[in-house]
Design a protein around this ligand. Structure first.
Ligand SMILES: [Zn+2]
Length: 418
């Protein structure tokens, strides 16, 4: 679309041009691939993907001429991260930036986070709360970045103070008016002990009203809040520490999506403890971060158990905060290496299943005619060696190529280290 528009402008100046415009619109891009993971668990060999405009229009082994030869790589749909905090960054003082950061510094940091996330192969992310500015700038092609779906202001559970069910319903409608794609709800306190911060009645009101408004609900929940969110008909449970097998089975039965974190989040806190220590909601000292070392095995145990529950829909969400943007794919490695998740299931969780959880399965998350041309390629086979997810050498989003690096050029991280 963009190139067609540019041509139109130039053409109207030159006054010659219907022909050039037509050829821009009909220009097809042919991608040759030796291995394609289709995003739904299937594998195609020695085929070609034909892209026109923003969409895939055909899978045709005979299509040509070839524009991009991705032979020897693993081609798959761009990944979807169901849970990021794209606006979080470390400020000039080296600490997690809060509200005191300059507005322009915060804006550039968010734009940078979006860029490194896209370079790491994530073509769609769900953001947990910010104004819609960055989402809209990327959607208009003003900035490169993943497609963003965003909550605006989260519903923070504060017991009775949160409000009556009617007040909560009004709050949900206010989010919709502010342009939210989803409602983020905090229904419990901290990872280890925090209790429910919303009653069943309050959660019922929030998730029911969101559904009426056509919005999905993502609920930060531990222990009892997991079951309560499931019973309330909320769309997706985030985190979930303390969920029993019974809770997990109930989620499977009700079709509630589950988004647990296998490691990146806590590993990132440990890696960056000096930058988080003493900031609001974090331990005051670096020593205090040893608590996260204790919680990490609990996360592994939860995902190991969840992966065995038949029919439970486990999506891929990293909870990427400052320090983790562009390293989102580390979570795949944690899932496969530390939690025994099947590598293909890990890929599907960030492709077709992730798209289904967003209500976008007909647009993204798989490779086939009519889908958005969100296509990435890895230098390696993630089914044999999951660390291949670090070596993203090709990124196309909506038919535009943002990255096409030489093989072997990316030794470690797919994202650019900020
Ligand atoms: Zn989060």
């Amino acid at each position: 679309m963009r190139s067609a528009k540019i041509i139109l402008c130039v053409c109207s100046i030159l006054g010659v041009c219907a022909q050039a415009q037509t050829s821009a619109q009909s220009k097809r891009i042919v991608i040759a691939a030796s291995t394609v993971l289709d995003g739904k668990g299937g594998v195609l060999h020695n085929t070609r993907i034909v892209v026109a405009g923003a969409q895939i229009v055909a899978i045709d082994a005979k299509a040509g001429p070839v524009d991009y030869d991705l032979g020897g790589l693993t081609v798959l749909p761009g990944w979807i991260d169901a849970h990021v905090h794209i606006n979080w960054f470390f400020g000039k003082d080296g600490k997690l930036a809060g509200g005191r950061a300059m507005a322009d510094e915060a804006a550039y940091a968010a734009a940078s986070n979006a860029w490194v996330t896209l370079m790491a192969g994530f073509t769609t992310v769900q953001n947990m709360g910010s104004p819609t500015t960055l989402r809209d700038a990327i959607a208009k092609d003003m900035l490169p970045g993943p497609r963003i779906l965003t909550a605006v202001e989260p519903l923070m559970g504060r017991g009775e103070q949160t409000g009556t069910p009617d007040e909560i319903r009004a709050y949900v409608r206010k989010q919709k008016e502010a342009g939210a794609d989803l409602i983020k709800i905090y229904a419990s306190g901290g990872m280890r002990q925090g209790r429910m911060t919303l009653s069943q009645e309050q959660l019922n009101a929030a998730c029911d009203e969101a559904k009426k408004q056509g919005l999905r609900t993502l609920v930060h929940a531990y222990r009892d809040a997991v079951r309560a969110a499931t019973l309330a008909g909320c769309t997706e449970v985030e985190h979930g520490l303390g969920a029993t097998d019974g809770d997990l089975r109930l989620m499977a039965e009700k079709g509630t999506y589950f988004d647990p974190q296998a490691g990146l989040l806590l590993e990132n806190y440990l890696l960056n403890k000096a930058k988080y220590a003493g900031t609001p909601f974090y331990p005051a000292t670096e020593e205090g971060f040893s608590v996260f070392e204790e919680i990490l095995p609990m996360n592994h145990e939860l995902l190991q158990r969840a992966a065995k529950i038949p029919g439970l829909k486990i999506v891929f969400g990293t909870d990427a905060v400052a320090g983790a943007h562009g390293r989102n794919a580390e979570e795949f490695i944690d899932r496969v290496r530390d939690c025994g998740v099947d590598p293909m299931a890990a890929m599907v969780s960030a492709n077709s299943l992730g798209a289904e959880a967003l209500g976008m399965a007909d647009q993204i998350g798989s490779i086939g005619p009519g889908l958005q041309a969100d296509i990435i390629a890895l230098d390696g086979d993630p089914l044999q060696d999951i660390t291949a997810v670090r070596r993203v050498v090709f990124v196309m989003k909506g038919g535009i190529v943002y990255k096409n690096a030489a093989r072997g050029a990316i030794p470690v991280y797919a994202g650019i280290q900020p």
